[in-house]
Design a protein around this ligand. Structure first.
Ligand code: HEC
Ligand code: HEC
Length: 367
């Protein structure tokens, strides 16, 4: 690592216009040690940070499955998919999981914060559901243990789907197709239609939402899976220090870290994990998000405050690592991150056919 840093430094191209990339106005003083400042425009042979495989040693390929034990049956996964797309789980029957986590849009809604019941807005950005089952905890503040527990949250959240256990059970029980599907998915349960089983089934479906990318092919040993530019970007990513937090198979999702570890986070309104534990040490702690599909899941950060990935990368270097990146370094990192983009398999994304409401199905309630 140290050797590679030195190698990088020797390939530095003289910056003709120093600091021109920094639009923040903080200037080089805030830099504090950016690794290898290759400024644009370069002269002659373009300097490319030397890359070797060991730089990505903190990352890991996606596992083939993130199953519960025993793994969920295909019937349970199929039911989970229906429920994921089921707007009648919401009080006004107009919002499903897929409204805020669109599977045809990389598991997000593209908004800073999401509109829920009666168009109310929560205060946090919708993270992607893709690969979320890998995370060590769920939500920005980690308040749910796994995707099964998580799924019960939005159904009952007054600004999201605004429903409750009684309404959910009455709704699903009113449709014979659902009664059958729950019996098949939970053959050992006397009364299979419960809010808990809704969460278990949706969780089983979410566990299938893995998106292996070219990074995985590379990590599995295929050197040609990343281009020379992406490898150069990976070197900047590694040498800047990003994988100290964004690591493991999800390239994140493995720990809490303080937003603004080195330089205070600009927006302190949401105290993150502090809201769950009320421990001072947890103020501004957030789960480190996954960087898989990050190209497609903006706007960024818990408050959705940053629209461009370039800006998000620059902010990270500044606030988490105390480094000012040059324009070329930001570009390099972003080129590398785009190699983590991969949509989920089509059969998971295609909306399922949902049973028709019956006379017994509760009516939409806009109140
Ligand atoms: C109104 C928009 C909305 C709806 C509907 C919604 N979510 Fe979310 N979801 C969010 C927001 C916002 C967060 C982040 C909240 C937080 O961290 O406090 C989130 C977080 C999550 C997470 C955690 C991901 C991570 O990286 O921690 C998962 C998984 C998830 N939602 C799945 C679901 C499922 C399953 C449903 C349907 C039962 C659903 N969501 C319905 C907006 C929504
Ligand atoms: C000290 C730990 C740490 C380091 C180092 C770090 N990050 Fe982060 N990263 C976080 C945390 C925590 C968040 C969530 C911050 C928030 O939203 O409040 C985050 C968020 C992000 C996001 C936005 C993700 C999303 O879904 O909105 C991107 C992009 C990102 N980091 C990229 C990087 C890059 C690139 C580097 C290296 C320059 C880096 N990070 C270094 C901890 C870290």
């Amino acid at each position: 690592m140290v050797g590679n840093l030195a190698a990088l430094a020797t390939t530095v191209v003289i910056a003709l216009v120093s600091g021109c990339e920094s639009s923040s106005g903080t200037g080089p003083a805030a830099g504090g040690g950016s690794a290898g400042a290759s400024g644009a425009p370069s002269v002659g042979v373009a300097a490319r940070p030397a890359f070797d495989r060991s730089m990505l040693a903190a990352l890991a390929p996606l596992p083939a499955a993130v199953d519960t034990s025993p793994p969920a049956s295909p019937d349970r996964v199929a039911l989970g998919k229906m429920l994921y797309f089921e707007p009648r789980l919401s009080k006004n029957q107009d919002i499903s999981c897929n409204t805020c986590h669109r599977l045809d849009a990389f598991g997000v809604d593209g908004e800073p914060t999401s509109g829920g019941h009666r168009k109310q807005r929560g205060s946090r950005n919708s993270p992607t559901v893709l690969n979320a089952a890998l995370h060590f905890r769920q939500f920005w503040d980690g308040r749910a243990a796994d995707v099964e527990e998580q799924a019960m949250g939005p159904i009952q959240n007054p600004v999201e789907m605004a429903s409750d256990q009684a309404r959910v059970v009455a709704t699903l029980s009113s449709m014979p197709e659902y009664a059958d599907a729950f019996r098949r998915a939970f053959p050992d349960d006397k009364r299979p239609i419960t809010l808990k089983n809704v969460g278990v089934a949706i969780g089983a479906f979410e566990r299938k939402l893995l998106t292996p990318s070219r990074l995985d092919a590379f990590l599995a040993g295929n050197d040609a899976a990343l281009t020379a530019d992406e490898k150069a970007g990976a070197a900047v990513f590694a040498q800047t220090g990003c994988p100290t937090c964004h690591l493991g198979p999800a390239v994140g999702g493995a720990m809490y870290q303080k937003a603004g570890l080195v330089k205070p986070w600009p927006n302190q309104k949401d105290p993150g994990r502090f809201e769950v534990t009320h421990q001072e040490a947890d103020r501004m702690l957030f789960k480190v998000p996954s960087l898989r599909n990050i190209e497609k899941t903006g706007p960024y950060f818990h408050d959705g405050s940053t629209a461009s990935l370039d800006d998000a990368v620059r902010t990270m270097a500044r606030h988490q690592l105390g480094k000012e990146l040059t324009g070329d370094e930001v570009k390099g990192i972003v080129v590398f991150l785009k190699a983590l983009t991969a949509p989920p398999p089509a059969e998971l994304v295609t909306p399922p056919e949902l049973p028709r409401s019956t006379a017994k199905t509760p009516k939409p309630d806009p109140g």
